[in-house]
Design a protein around this ligand. Structure first.
Ligand code: PGA
Length: 248
């Protein structure tokens, strides 16, 4: 039985004021809540750790460099994220793949760097609208998974997030049948590649998850939770998504 997980990706949003939202979230989680991770921008990691201290909410980074240190101006090593007390890091988000030309190989190296630092990597994959329109979705995301996922992935070190690029921040969501189709296929790919070690790896859906559609999305058997962008910025939006996951 996989423990359900909701991760909030704040992207390049947030300031000290947003810590109050984390305080609200921290105070309202029951012992049997799903696992909850919030990924704020790097400069806010320490504040986020403080704001959630004593609560079950965990903190993660949004990206890390594949190297452990060196002349990489503006980049952050996985060990630096871990040193703040964070336990997760997102790698391969489509906004990194597109905006920073990250290949599957780069993403795989970043996931390995995350593991080496003791972090759980949330590895993102997803098709563009042109690939969806061309009926290439299953092939594209299967290839991304194979190339972005390092050997040695386990339930402890890896979470996979399927995020159709056309659904991110657009309010468009795949149909439940499409979500079931992609997640069932990805679960099968994990099993073929990793065998029994794969059965505990959580598969998240991401892309315009809102309080209004979360319960329907969580009906899919192989959806173990969500990676949430915009709706993770306010406790009043994020909490109903957590509740819908708990009830699923
Ligand atoms: P969204 O973003 O929920 O705002 O669509 C999801 C993501 O990019 O992880």
């Amino acid at each position: 039985m996989r423990r359900k997980l909701t991760a909030g990706n704040w992207k390049m949003n947030g300031n000290r004021g947003l810590m109050a939202e984390l305080g609200t979230l921290s105070g309202s989680q029951s012992a049997d809540a799903p696992e909850i991770v919030i990924c704020p921008p790097h400069p806010l990691l320490t504040r986020a750790i403080d704001a959630t201290s004593g609560s079950p909410i965990e903190i993660g980074g949004q990206d890390c460099h594949a190297a452990t240190k060196g002349a990489y101006t503006g980049d952050v090593a996985a060990s630096m994220i871990a040193e703040t007390g964070a336990t997760f890091v997102i790698v391969g988000h489509s906004e990194r793949r597109d905006g920073h030309s990250e290949s599957d190989e780069t993403v795989r190296s970043k996931a390995e760097a995350a593991w080496a630092a003791g972090l759980t990597a949330i590895i993102c994959i997803g098709e563009s609208d042109a690939e969806r329109a061309g009926n290439d979705t299953l092939q594209i995301i299967a290839e991304q998974l194979q190339a972005s996922l390092p050997d040695g992935a386990t339930a402890e070190n890896t979470v996979v997030a399927y995020e159709p690029i056309w659904a991110i921040g657009t309010g468009k969501v795949p149909t439940l049948a499409q979500i079931i189709e992609t997640h069932d296929m990805l679960r099968g790919e994990l099993l073929t590649r990793l065998g029994d070690a794969s059965t505990g790896i959580r598969l998240l859906y991401g892309g315009s998850v809102k309080p209004t559609n979360a319960a329907e999305i969580f009906q899919a058997e192989n959806v173990d939770g969500a990676l949430v962008g915009g709706a993770s910025l306010k406790a009043a939006d994020f909490q109903p998504i957590i509740d819908a996951l708990a009830a699923s």
